[in-house]
Design a protein around this ligand. Sequence first.
Ligand code: KG4
Ligand code: ZN
Length: 346
Amino acid sequence: MAHLTLGIETSCDETAAAVLEDGRRIRSSVIASQDTLHAPFGGVVPELASRRHVEVIWPVVQEALARAGVTLAELDGIAATAGPGLIGSLLVGLCFGKALAFARNIPLVGVNHLEGHLYAATLDHEGLSFPFTGLVASGGHTNLYLATAPGVYRLLGRTRDDAAGEAFDKVAKLLSLGYPGGPLIEEWARKGDPNAVRFPRSVPPRGSYDFSFSGLKTAVVNYVKGVGGAVLQPSAFSLQPDLVADICAGFQEAVVDVLVRVSLAAAKASASRRLVLVGGVACNGRLRSKLTERAAEEGVQVYYPKPSLCTDNAAMIAAAGYPRLLRGERSLLSLNADANLTLGLT
Ligand code: KG4
Ligand code: ZN
């Protein structure tokens, strides 16, 4: 009999549920995005996010069950994100998972969102095995891990300030491009010249795998101020489209350059020479092509899941929860959401 796991994810601004068969086969994956709700604010408004999660969590779970052709009674386990993320958002999905588990007597495990991101790669790459080096580059994190075995992680490096996705979002806001910034900057960058404006790269000292993106963001702000020659008023401020495209291309190239350099250095130093790239920023086409090219030169095998598995989804949460459920691990109903939950030893 197949094992059916229901995944629930509400750590930020996506309400997601998925049904996974035997930890690998996605029977359904439903994602209710809140992008249009937060777009006018240029970023996620936590209070609005949690309210929307409350409204849509049950319909989203029902839709996931219906698409999978599965009833609650047939579920073998529930995996719900317990952290890290926005506390109000996390609480909705986790409490919902706990209530379902209690009401229907279904085993429950709380899942670390970051472990979920790493597991997304296993859904698209059957041949991927531990150990591997994994870069989680999202709106909230830029963390580099050594994933030794399921559940065993070492944090090799992380951002000291802004996350890579956060930098994309902030620069997009500065240029009045919209939200979320990553895909919009990528689109603009395609029309620009990555060498027209060269922004600084922050490369960590030898032996460190930490990242830093705030200096780059400030450099973009200063550049825009310089060419604008005025106090920055993004809404009233309009740059020539060609220049916007060049700024986007130059900025994207700088972020990509650093992510590729640091993650490849870590992968090369590991025995496995396998590198997993996940999180929303892993959708970026320029990052994928540059990493593929450089990794081939360095003899590193790169794995990235399709874009819909890179951004927040519940299939990855079910995938990370599945081996735990199988091992008999259970979370108590007293499990609380933790906005600052960490993953792995440092
Ligand atoms: O993993 P994710 O969906 O949510 C978090 O856990 O944060 O990542 C969202 C982030 C946002 O900052 C978004 O701008 C960025 O991923 N992102 C991208 C692209 N698509 C999404 N960044 C660069 N290029 C993209 N194509
Ligand atoms: Zn995420």
